[in-house]
Structures are given as C-alpha cells and as structure tokens.
Design a protein. Structure first.
Length: 516
C-alpha cells in the first residue's frame, strides 16, 4: 500500500517563510510536498539583519552552504553587540559571544573582577573576553580547534546579512529542491465545518490551495493564527515601551566592524549593522515619548554615511500569541510574536520554532498533547528572552528623560526579579531550564555593563590577592595576544568570502602561546 503524501503549505515568504521551506525541505525527506504562497504585492520587513551564533546551526541543518550564503547576502561577521549610552551617556560595553577568560577552580572571572575593579586593580570587563577585545580592534578569525587550550579555539560568531537577500538565497535553494512557490494574494481562508481546521486558501485569481499542515509566516497580521483562528495576543508593552521603528541604509565607511552597535537614544535606541556593501541602520522608539519626525531626525543625524533611501516605518506591538500552534496551523516568525531586535533574536526564534515543530511533528490526527507541549515550550522561550531584553532597560543609571525614568523604576516580571535578586546577592547564575537561550556569560556582561550593583562570591576571598590579580592579568595578556594575531575583519572577508572573491575559508595559521 502506497502511503498518502502530505502537504505542508507555508503562507508568506520573507525570512520566516523561506527559512521554513529550507529546513522542512531538507528534513522531511520522504512523503511530503512543500509549497509556499507569497505575493509580490505584499512587502516584507527586509532590512539589514543581525543574528546570533545559532544561525550557523540552522544553515547546517538546512543544508545551506555558508560561504555561498555570505557572498550572496553581502554578509559580514559578528562577534557581539556594543551597547553605547545604555548605562549612562558616554559609557559603552560589549555583549560578546563565547567564553569570558577562564575559571580559577570553579570561580568565574567576573567574580574576581567584582572584587578588584572597585579597587582600581582590574580593567574594563571587556578586556577579559576575546570576542570583545577582537571586536574593539576590528579583528576576526574562525575558531582554531588545533589549539584547544587557546581562546582561539572557542571563538563564537554569527553573521550580519541583508535579510531580503537571505530570503532570495533561500528561495533559490528551495526551488532547486522542488519546493513549489505560488505567487498570489490570499483573499479568503476556508475552514472545515466539523473541527475548524484550515481546509484551503482562495487566491485573488480564484485558485484554491489546500494543505494538511499550514505554517503561518504572514507577519504581524497573523492571517491564519490570528485573523482566521482567533488566537489572542499577549501584550508586553508595559515592560517593552518601544512600538515603532524606522529603518534606513547608508553608505559604508571604514573600518568594517565585526559587531552590531546599539546606541541608546532619548526614547529608545538606534541599531547599526555593517554589511559588505552598506550599513543597515534603524531607530527603535516609543511613540508615546518620541514623535515620528523627531525619531527620523535623530536617525538621519546619526548615520556614518550618506542615506541610500528614505527611512521606512514599522509599527509593532511587543508580545506573543497566546498559542503558536492552533489546530493545523503553526505560527512562525512575526506571526507568533514580536520581541524588539535588541539582542538579534528574531531569526533565532524562527529557527527554534521550526526545530520544535520537527521534534513534535503531527500525525494526521494532530494530537492535542503534542500541540500543548509545543505551545508550552514556545511560551517559555519567549518569556525567557523577554526577561533578558527587559533587563537592559531596567538596569540603568539613566534618568535624563521620561522614557528612561519609567524604565528604571518600572515593575518587572517576577521571573526577572528573582534572577536579578540572586545576581545582586553574589553574582551567581544557575540554568533553570536547558531551553534558556542566554547563559551566564551573557547575563554577566549585560548586568555588569548596565551597572548593576552586586556582591562577589565569598569564595573569592579564599584566593590570595596577588594570585587573583595575577590571574586576571594573565587572562588580559593572553586575550590581547590572541586578538592581535587575528587578521583585520575587512581584509579577512576580502580574502575569503567577499561578494566578488573566490571563497576559501580556513582557520588561522600559526600557533599562539597560551600563558593561562
């Protein structure tokens, strides 16, 4: 007996839609037809996009040639995010990917830094993390696993790329695998009378498109999950005040920085994402505190190069769907929720939503237990990331505008309060759920960078001062030596993976002396 083929219908293109098509067409190896409906009449939010290291995992699972992707999307490398003026005007720190120094016994470097920095016996905390130092020096190299004891072995990185070009690249990949793209505008959604499942979609030209499983990548409007199935939206704007953004590209300038920059403004913040051919910029702001024209003026006055277009507005509501999976519809990307791009988590949430779908892939009967588990995991992930983003606003010394005064004094979710209270006690971090995205290094860099008052672990006092100070000095020296040995970021791209160069990406040559 020949098994019935099943159809997965993706509604919407853009980054979310084509990421879904790319992953599913690679992992659903037999018995499935995958098609994607998108309309050229409907635009997507395709600006310069920053990612986190999980993008490399996605590319591997989706069978994407990462060097070809870098070239096709005018991508650059990303070692972390610089936060400027968040703690206070004139202050900056980097939230870098990867490891911070190394441990002494079981004690992490930040515990020693907390003891000795107030005494003037430790430098800026960025000094002890390779990604942060390399970012400041505009250096980049791939991890060198031939030196397992060196910080070079643990370099972690992500990409900056043009999201529109990324979607185009994935579309080409998917269509070569047999994914069917249907051009058309959806005018109605028909449901099965017996259970309310989506049965088929009707296009403007009268065509009918059915499916067994529907993936809603229709963006913030949530055509299937919200407008059709009526799944509500949980609003988080009492903690995340920003509800508007303006995006504009500008010309490139030197140096080509291997990091994203987020600069706090009076009523929000401004992003800077360097690509090979231009810089992506945007101003995320609270419309209750900053007018649209003032936001545009601030954005245009703080570009590194000549603007290449007019600022493009985007409106959003921070929060998430009450359920990301309802009946035979799974919402992916902006259809499932929106968290501002402060920590570059948008594409990560697309990726994890898809992996969660694969791990709980439905039978024909769409078992309610699988759907409930999917929604439980999605809910945890969104709340976990939400708390980390809120912490950037809550932990600050700024009180110079109404926006920042509100953020500093606002009540935050209990889950975040518990974490902040524990950090204040002795700067300790404990993973409570393996699904947590941001681990100790991330929380430490952000909370220290934002100026949170916290005590160090009392176990630090067991270590003699000269040994502890020497330990920090050794980390600083090794990190500086490794960073200096790395090539210039722009030169590395030009030599290995520029849009016009022959792609040859290899780890750095030569061994580094490790003194820690």
């Amino acid at each position: 007996m020949i098994a019935k083929r099943r159809t997965v219908t993706i509604v919407g293109g853009g980054t979310a839609g084509w990421m879904a098509a790319a992953l599913l067409s690679r992992l659903l190896v037999d018995g499935y037809d995958i098609r994607l409906i998108e309309s050229d009449e409907i635009g997507t939010i395709g600006v310069g996009e920053a990612t986190i290291p999980s993008i490399r995992t996605f590319c591997g699972l989706a069978g994407v040639d990462q060097v070809a992707m870098i070239r096709a999307t005018q991508a650059t490398f990303k070692l972390g995010i610089e936060f400027v003026d968040w703690r206070d005007r004139g202050h900056s720190y980097i939230h870098g990917f990867g490891k911070i120094g190394q441990d002494l016994m079981w004690l992490h470097p930040h515990q020693f830094w907390l003891k000795y920095a107030p005494r003037g016996q430790a430098k800026h905390f960025d000094t002890y993390a390779l990604n942060c130092v390399a970012a400041r020096m505009n250096r980049f190299a791939l991890p060198d696993t031939r030196q397992p004891e060196s910080p070079m072995a643990g370099i972690d990185y992500a990409y900056h790329f043009d999201a529109s070009l990324f979607a185009q690249f994935l579309r080409t990949t998917c269509e070569a695998r047999g994914v069917e793209r249907i051009e058309g505008r959806i005018v109605s959604v028909e449901q099965r009378p017996e259970n309310g499942f989506v049965d088929h979609l009707t296009l403007a030209d009268g065509r009918s498109v059915g499916g067994d499983l529907f993936i809603d990548c229709s963006g913030m409007r949530g055509l299937l999950i919200g407008q059709t199935l009526g799944v509500g939206y949980e609003d988080w704007s009492r903690w995340l005040l920003c509800d508007s953004a303006l995006a504009v590209p500008c010309g490139s300038v030197a140096p080509l920085t291997p990091y994203t920059r987020s600069t706090a403004r009076d009523g929000g913040w401004q992003w800077r994402i360097p690509l090979q051919h231009r810089i992506g910029n945007g101003h995320v702001y609270s419309s209750a505190h900053v007018g649209d024209q003032a936001a545009a003026d601030t954005l245009l006055a703080n570009l590194d190069g000549k603007p290449l277009a007019d600022p493009r507005p985007v409106r959003f509501r921070p929060g998430k769907r009450e359920r990301a999976w309802e009946k035979n519809v799974v919402a992916i990307g902006l259809a499932s929720g929106f968290l501002e791009p402060l920590e570059s988590t948008s594409i990560h949430l697309i990726h994890t939503g898809l992996l969660r779908l694969i791990s709980l892939f439905p039978r024909d009967d769409f078992d309610a237990r699988d759907i409930a588990e999917y929604n439980r995991q999605t809910d945890f992930e969104y709340r976990d990331i939400r708390d980390f983003i809120i912490a950037h606003y809550k932990v600050t010394d700024r009180e110079d505008t109404d926006f920042w005064r509100y953020c500093k004094t606002m009540e935050v979710p209990d889950s975040l309060n518990e974490r902040l209270d524990l950090f204040a006690s002795s700067a300790r971090f404990f993973v409570r759920n393996k699904a947590e995205l941001f681990r100790e290094e991330s929380w430490v860099q952000v909370l220290l960078g934002q100026g949170m008052a916290m005590r160090y672990d009392p176990m630090v006092d067991m270590i003699p001062d000269d040994q502890a100070i020497g330990f920090l000095s050794d980390i600083e020296a090794v990190v500086a030596d490794c960073a200096r040995a790395m090539p210039d970021h722009a030169a590395y791209i030009q030599r290995n993976c520029s849009a016009t160069a022959t792609p040859v990406m290899r780890p750095p040559t030569g061994r580094l002396t490790v003194r820690v």
